[in-house]
Design a protein around this ligand. Structure first.
Ligand code: NAG
Ligand code: NAG
Ligand code: NAG
Length: 798
């Protein structure tokens, strides 16, 4: 803009005068003007003619003209008035650039006389340019690890103006980290440096945007800005960090494979690969645990990959690490605590520590029979076990202080009622659902000899028909013993007693194994009608128990005795004579036959009958009484001697009989009584029988004698071999002439027919017995064999 004073006329200006004077002094003096740049066209610069002292009126005449020194001319002169003015707006920077002084030279010519003048116009700078940066955005990258004091050169700003109007000050927007330093180089150029004042942390601030301002010294000052964009480059200076220092998780045992246990996560504030995290178990995690759990290196998922068994381990500590991908890599650590929750997956186990498989039946209540341990591998309620046995056994469970169970008897035992107990032990835990186990143990109640043998009938009656065959069994006693085995093994024996002062064993033999009683000889009812024996049954326990039975042996009668006529007594060779007075009337009791029968009962009930009579009409005999009475009055013509044969017979089956012969003498009025001895004569047939019997007896006795000799020799031989002591070897043929002997020591007639040998019992101490054996043939051939008998040979072959 032109100075208005200059623009307004040719006024002289003080600083122009100097030039004027200077110009006036010399013909070639220069005239000098100063104008500011950017003057409007037409702006007044100076009145050249006047300043040169030229006559304005003659200017045309003198051909006044102005010649610019170069083509950049932007000045023009009014040839009429000599006024220099701006014809074109001029920018100093355009004209002169960075030249410190911008001078436009010109020459003025006039003729007549020719004169030349030099002149110049200095274009003065005005602050019409702002500083500017080559780039409006300055991009910078720096590693966050850059040390404070590091310097980053920036491009300086440009200002077209010069001098004070050029850039004088740089500023940077306020920030924590960066400062600015401007250095002037030797050539005067300014170096602008960005200085790091405080360490960077990309993780805190990864970029900065700063404003760089350059301000010039003009008035008013002008300024230009540039944006500095700073990117902080990452350095792997951060370890990955887990979300939690400890992950506490719980896991149900038996969780299936693949169950997510926990998701661990670590973050790394770095970026890029420095923030790429890989998860893994630390080396401290045992191989075993690594088989149970898997850790996904990318996602951080910890999953079940093995069998989680609470009983194997109820907790696991997994040290985990996360490593970034930087170089060098940095790792972060954490820990996962896995608590396993128990599931009731184990049934209780019943362990028999010891068992007394046999308990004696006399064991007192409280006797320990088994020691049981019950374990459950689960914990808590799942491992709380209750143990029970059925109520209906005489056993109970008792818990010991050490947690075991004792199986003890709770009652008396009896092997006879229950020899074996199967006890089911049931163990049940308290889990839900509960699991249970049962185990059956067998306890044998061992027998104790606590039962004596018992006779089926402790009091019994044995009927034996007299004249029995020797060697036949007459009875069998049996006793049972509820004990077992040895304790129930019963043997029989007579309790040593006498029959009629003779040892019982003379008459009876007892099979000690099965209780069969044999008669060794015939019994004669007429000698003994009954007797008692006592049999003992004894078991083989230790000590043995025994009991006894009483047998009432009753001999049954057989009709083996014929009636015996006692009166009228038969004198040898003559029959009795009874005198009957002639006057005796009907019903007169002449006499009475007295007869006896050694048998008893019906066998001894006698009946009397007339067998033969001289005059059958004269006498009658009382059938039962035996009284002989007159049947009718005695007549003259009746014979005075009468003979009567009376048959006396018993009522046995078959009956036996005898006859009595009575002679009667009938006397008329005679008081003297002749008594003809009535002749008691046995039946003639009978007599002949007796003769036969005598012959047989003689023969038999000789034969028995012979047999006895043979047997004695045989026994002697056996004695020599076995040296048994023969306690008792009475032969039935031995002299048994004791008058008190009820039994006939000699074989009776009938005995002799069947009984030809001596039954002998030879006892050998302890186990060896000889028992009488009758073989089927022996019954016929009448041989008795002696056989050794041992208990083991219970089934005798004979
Ligand atoms: C963890 O398990 C170990 C054995 O594996 C055991 O000694 C420890 O007592 C357990 N800790 C807890 C709190 O259950
Ligand atoms: C014991 O176990 C057997 C099979 O082992 C079963 O039949 C019986 O019912 C069980 N008893 C109880 C009381 O659980
Ligand atoms: C007893 O044993 C004997 C000899 O072994 C035998 O002959 C007899 O029949 C048995 N008696 C009984 C009742 O078993």
């Amino acid at each position: 803009m032109a100075d208005p004073r200059i623009t307004n006329g040719l006024k002289f200006r003080p600083f122009d005068i100097i030039f004027l004077v200077f110009v006036s002094d010399l013909a070639f003096a220069k005239i000098h003007y100063s104008i500011r740049e950017e003057m409007e066209p037409g702006a007044f610069v100076g009145n050249v003619a006047e300043d040169l002292g030229l006559d304005i009126r003659r200017l045309s005449a003198r051909k006044f003209r102005l010649v610019p020194a170069d083509k950049r001319q932007c000045l023009e002169v009014n040839l009429e008035s000599g006024i220099l003015f701006v014809n074109k707006r001029k920018d100093r920077e355009q004209l002169c650039g960075q030249m410190p002084a911008c001078l436009l030279s010109f020459e003025i010519f006039v003729e007549e006389p020719l004169e030349m003048y030099r002149g110049e116009v200095e274009i003065l700078d005005i602050n019409d340019n702002s500083p500017s940066f080559p780039e409006s955005v300055i991009l910078l990258q720096m590693a966050e690890s850059m040390a404070p004091g590091s310097r980053f050169p920036l491009e300086s700003a440009l200002d077209a103006d010069v001098g004070t109007n050029a850039v004088s000050v740089y500023n940077i927007s306020p920030n924590e980290h960066f400062g600015l330093k401007v250095e002037t180089a030797e050539d005067g150029t300014k170096l602008v440096l960005l200085v790091l004042e405080k360490p960077l942390d990309r993780e805190r601030q990864s970029s900065f945007q700063l404003m760089l301002t350059a301000t010039d010294g003009g008035n008013p000052p002008r300024s230009g800005t540039a944006r500095i964009l700073i990117t902080v480059l990452d350095i792997n200076d951060n370890a990955p960090r887990f979300d939690s220092n400890v992950y506490k998780v719980s896991l149900i045992e038996n969780s299936p494979r693949g169950t997510l246990v926990v998701l661990v996560h670590a973050t790394d504030p770095d970026e890029g690969s420095n923030a790429e995290v890989t998860y893994s178990f630390s080396n401290r995690v045992s191989q075993k645990i690594q088989e149970l759990f898997s850790l996904d290196p990318r996602t951080g998922e910890i999953r079940v990959q093995g069998t989680i068994d609470y009983e194997e381990g109820d907790n696991y500590s997994l040290d985990i690490q996360a490593v970034d991908n930087g170089s060098p890599a940095i790792g972060g650590h954490s820990k996962v605590l896995v608590k396993v929750n128990d599931v009731n997956d184990n049934a209780p186990e019943i362990l028999l520590k010891s068992i007394a498989s046999r308990v004696p039946e006399d064991a007192a209540p409280g006797t320990v029979t088994a020691l049981i341990n019950v374990i459950d591998r689960d914990s808590g309620k799942n491992g709380q076990v209750r143990c029970d046995i059925p109520k209906n056994v005489p056993f109970k469970l008792q818990k010991t202080s050490s947690g075991h169970y004792k199986l003890i008897t709770s009652d008396m035992l009896d092997s006879e009622t229950t020899p074996l107990y199967s006890i089911a032990i049931l163990a049940r835990d308290s889990g839900s659902p509960p699991l249970s186990t049962n185990k059956t143990i067998q306890i044998t109640v061992s027998d104790i000899n606590d039962n004596a043998p018992r006779f089926a009938r402790p009091m019994d009656t044995v009927y034996v028909m007299e004249n029995n065959a020797p060697g036949t069994s007459i009875f069998a006693v049996t006793a049972s013993d509820p004990d077992q085995d040895q304790n129930s093994y019963v043997t029989y024996s007579f309790i040593d007693n006498l029959i009629q002062n003779l040892p019982l064993t003379n008459y009876l033999n007892l099979n000690s194994m099965n209780g069969t009683i044999y008669a060794l000889r015939s019994f004669d009812y007429e000698r003994v009608k009954n007797f008692q024996i006592q049999v003992q049954a004894r078991d083989s326990g230790v000590p043995p128990l025994s009991s006894s039975a009483t047998l009432n042996v009753i001999i049954l009668d057989q009709n083996d005795n014929a009636p015996i006529i006692a009166s009228p007594s038969a004198q040898s060779g003559s029959a009795g004579v009874e005198v009957v007075p002639q006057s005796a009337g009907q019903g007169y009791l002449v006499t009475k036959i007295i007869a006896t029968d050694a048998d008893s009962g019906q066998n001894a009930r006698l009946l009397y009958q007339v067998l033969k009579a001289t005059d059958p009409s004269l006498f009658i005999v009382g059938l039962n009484s035996g009284e002989i009475r007159i049947a009718r009055g005695i007549l003259e013509q009746d014979s005075t001697t009468q003979r009567l044969v009376i048959l006396v017979k018993d009522n046995g089956q078959p009956s036996l009989s005898s006859t009595a012969t009575i002679h009667f003498s009938i006397l008329g009025n005679v008081t003297e009584i002749f008594s003809e001895s009535s002749n008691l004569v046995r039946n003639p047939e009978h007599v002949s029988d007796i003769n036969l019997y005598l012959i047989v007896i003689f023969g038999s006795t000789s034969f028995i004698f012979l047999i006895t000799i043979i047997l004695l020799i045989g026994i002697k031989c056996k004695q020599d071999r076995n040296s048994p002591e023969v306690y008792n070897s009475p032969s039935c043929c031995d002299g048994l002439d004791d008058s008190n002997n009820a039994f006939d020591p000699r074989p009776t007639l009938k005995e002799s027919l069947n009984y030809t040998g001596a039954g002998e019992i030879i006892r050998i101490p302890d186990t060896h017995h000889y028992s009488v054996c009758l073989s089927p043939e022996s019954a016929k051939s009448d041989f008795l064999f002696l056989k050794p008998y041992t208990p083991s040979m219970s089934q005798d072959r004979c």
